[in-house]
Design a protein around this ligand. Structure first.
Ligand SMILES: Cc1ncc(COP(=O)(O)O)c(C=O)c1O
Length: 476
């Protein structure tokens, strides 16, 4: 099979290879059962890296056209007719909507061997799995089969109690009946938006903004008004102006170690924001998913600790175990009842066994012991990442180091095209989150979000060296 490769084309090499093979399947030159050349030999023949060919085969496999078989290598499974129908899937073109783009990025980035600056979560080596396993066994011993029963829809009373106590240590005074256990913060955002906002209502969001929140707003068909954030997060004066002009129902904000910019809103702005929400009848949905990940001193108090119409969502996915999918929402008891009814229509309740294990884990003081270690490790990785960036990235690149959290928001030279860069980086086995995805409208400049929680210290230098090579090449 002679695959024509055009190195001057804007189409990445892996996409050229995937397209050509796809075309061969479509016109019947590669019928079902034919074997594709082994990755190593095709890479050698084409003069490209194995990663490029592997990415092309991954694309074809994801589109259902080929599959890897033990002993037989990669084998064609689709007929010409099927291949014709799936063209759209293999060649989606540049991402056009955020939901599609996120799906595409996560799917493509889920490859073994990839250096993952794209995932905002702690790596497996940073997870207190031994201690959690012990809590799981203890919870099972204590609760027996009850641990596998349906649980109260608001969440396990033991966990709600432990969260209320934990939040008190973070300056948030609340009671268990103000807490709803959710499937991570994302579920909390979705419940609040679906409960409080109707299609066509106006919602204020930060720009740039957590992508998952933008997805919820798009799914709920609300009208989004984006307010640019600066180095101190949202400017309350701009929020006041938007309130007067658009009469919004809800403001979504992530005031501490914001995703993606990493900015933290100072206390004075927080106070002013809560006051003006009260004046304008605006509900604030505060996303505090990384609140406890400070490197030196804690951030200013959460908005919900300052009174006013604030609903707070938090999670144990960043601070503890991403796969637990346990988070919480803090609201008035009446709102908690309302959100619970909405939640019941979706997934009834979070697994009791995990809630009981987490309650045991917290009661035994493991969370308190784990957080300082995690903070220290994240802080050290952030320093390492900055050193690597300063040494390798081209002039015209800049960033501000956040005081906590797990990502760095990097502004790239004007001529960089981040989506193209992303695809090139993937071919070099390194992934990041393209800045364009986080803007509700067109991105004002090229940015990349580099998360360091999922990248080991050794991978940081290697990953930045690869990214830098791709960036220098693309900006030439
Ligand atoms: C700001 C922000 N909010 C919410 C979420 C979703 O968190 P969870 O995984 O707990 O649902 C994320 C995840 O990246 C996030 O960055």
């Amino acid at each position: 099979m002679q695959i024509p490769i055009d190195r001057s084309s804007d189409v990445p090499l892996y996409a050229q290879i995937a397209r050509f093979i796809h075309q061969q399947i479509r016109i019947g030159n590669l019928p079902p059962g034919s074997s594709l050349p082994p990755i190593r030999s095709l890479a050698g023949r084409l003069g490209v890296s194995k990663a490029v060919v592997s990415l092309a085969y991954d694309e074809l496999a994801t589109a259902g056209m080929v599959e890897g078989r033990v002993g037989a290598g990669t084998v064609v499974t689709a007929s010409g007719e099927q291949a014709a129908r799936r063209w759209q899937e293999i060649d989606p073109g540049p991402p056009t909507d955020q939901a599609g783009a996120l799906y595409d990025l996560l799917r493509l980035a889920n490859r073994p061997g990839l250096i993952r600056f794209n995932l905002d979560a702690p790596a497996s080596g940073l997870l207190p799995t031994e201690a959690f396993n012990r809590s799981l066994r203890a919870a099972l011993q204590e609760h027996g089969p009850e641990a596998y029963a349906y649980g109260p829809p608001e969440g396990a009373p033991q966990l709600r109690e432990m969260i209320a106590r934990y939040l008190a240590t973070r300056g948030i005074s609340t009671s268990p009946d103000q807490i709803l256990i959710t499937a991570g913060a994302q579920n909390g955002i979705d419940l609040v938006v679906r409960s409080l906002v109707s299609p066509g209502d106006t919602v204020l969001v930060e720009s740039p903004c957590h992508l998952g929140a933008l997805q919820v707003f798009a799914a709920c068909r609300v009208h989004v008004q984006a307010i640019p954030v600066d180095g101190d997060g949202l400017d309350p004066e701009r929020v006041a102006d938007f309130c007067a002009r658009f009469k919004p129902r809800l403001l979504y904000t992530n005031p501490t170690y914001q995703n993606p910019t990493g900015s933290t809103m100072p206390l004075e702005r927080r106070r002013r924001l809560v006051r003006l929400a009260d004046e304008h009848g605006l509900t604030i949905l505060e996303d505090g998913v990384c609140n406890e990940l400070e490197f030196h001193s804690p951030a200013p108090p959460a908005l919900c600790a300052l009174g006013g119409p604030v609903i707070h969502v938090g999670s144990f996915t960043k601070s503890l175990l991403p796969g637990l999918r346990l988070g919480y929402l803090v609201a008035s008891p009446e709102q908690v009842q309302r959100f619970t009814r909405v939640r019941q229509a979706t997934d009834v309740n979070s697994p009791m066994v995990l809630q009981l294990a987490l309650a045991h884990f917290m009661a035994a003081g493991h969370l308190e012991r784990h957080l300082p270690l995690l903070r220290q490790e994240l802080s050290s990785r952030q320093r390492r990442l900055q050193t690597a960036l300063a040494a390798a990235f081209p002039a015209g690149t800049n960033w501000t180091a956040p005081a906590g959290g797990m990502h760095l928001w990097v502004r790239l030279p004007e001529q960089a095209n981040v989506v193209d860069l992303y695809r090139r980086a993937l071919a070099s086995d390194v992934a990041f989150a393209p800045g364009d995805l986080f803007f509700p409208g067109p991105a004002p400049a090229p940015y990349m979000r580099l998360s360091y929680g999922n990248v080991s210290p050794g991978e940081i230098s290697e990953g930045i060296a690869r990214l830098s090579a791709v960036l220098q090449d693309a900006c030439r």
